[in-house]
Design a protein around this ligand. Structure first.
Ligand code: ASP
Length: 191
């Protein structure tokens, strides 16, 4: 191949790449607001019994659920790091204000809230009353801590991001993902 031909092929390849990139639909932007819970729970020390809720950062939760980046551009924010038995008005208000702020931002397409299951239903109900947006808001927790064998948090989080990234979840009110299923905030109860 002579130099002119190589240059032509390179220009063509570049044009194809650019066209491909332009044609590919942009991934939705999902923000994960972490509050703690068993989903972020960890064994304090190897060999110790039990675990502490809210030990892991939102970044660790995101890193533990590979593949989410194929569905959405994900960012995380730490709202709190508590067991949800300790949920309180201060955290609730911080969470609701930040969620409303983010949802009012044109670049944000949906929100996932990681939460302990003890009071997940109360937070879901509360957010359903105070969120002023039809963009998806999805709460998720787990039954087993992140350091346990077969931790369920990563798949639960993956599922929650899949729902939040789906335009079909718009206008449904606050949702809860649990056990591979989807619930409305008004109808969920831990039993
Ligand atoms: N005590 C934990 C919490 O609510 C229970 C759980 O997450 O499942 O934070």
């Amino acid at each position: 191949m002579n130099t002119a031909r190589i240059a032509r092929v390179a220009v063509l390849a570049l044009a194809t790449l650019v066209a491909g990139a332009a044609a590919a639909p942009a991934l939705p932007n999902i923000v994960i607001l972490a509050t703690g819970g068993t989903i972020a729970g960890a064994q304090p020390k190897e060999g110790d019994p039990g675990y502490k809720s809210g030990s892991l950062s939102v970044e660790s939760l995101i890193a533990a659920a590979p593949g989410m980046d194929k569905m959405a551009r994900i960012t995380g924010e730490q709202i709190a790091s508590i067991g949800s038995q300790d949920m309180n008005d201060d955290v609730w208000l911080r969470l609701a204000r930040r969620a409303n702020e983010l949802l009012a931002t044109p670049g944000v397409d949906g929100i996932v809230v990681t939460h302990g299951t003890d009071t997940l239903e109360e937070t879901a109900y509360f957010l359903n009353l105070v969120i002023k947006s039809d963009k998806p808001v999805v709460l998720v927790g787990s039954m087993r801590p992140a350091t346990s064998t077969s931790a369920d948090g990563p798949l639960n989080l993956y599922n929650a991001v899949a729902v939040a990234a789906d335009p079909g979840a718009k206008g449904l009110g606050v949702l809860v993902v649990s056990n591979d299923d989807l619930f409305a905030a008004r109808e969920i109860q831990k039993t």
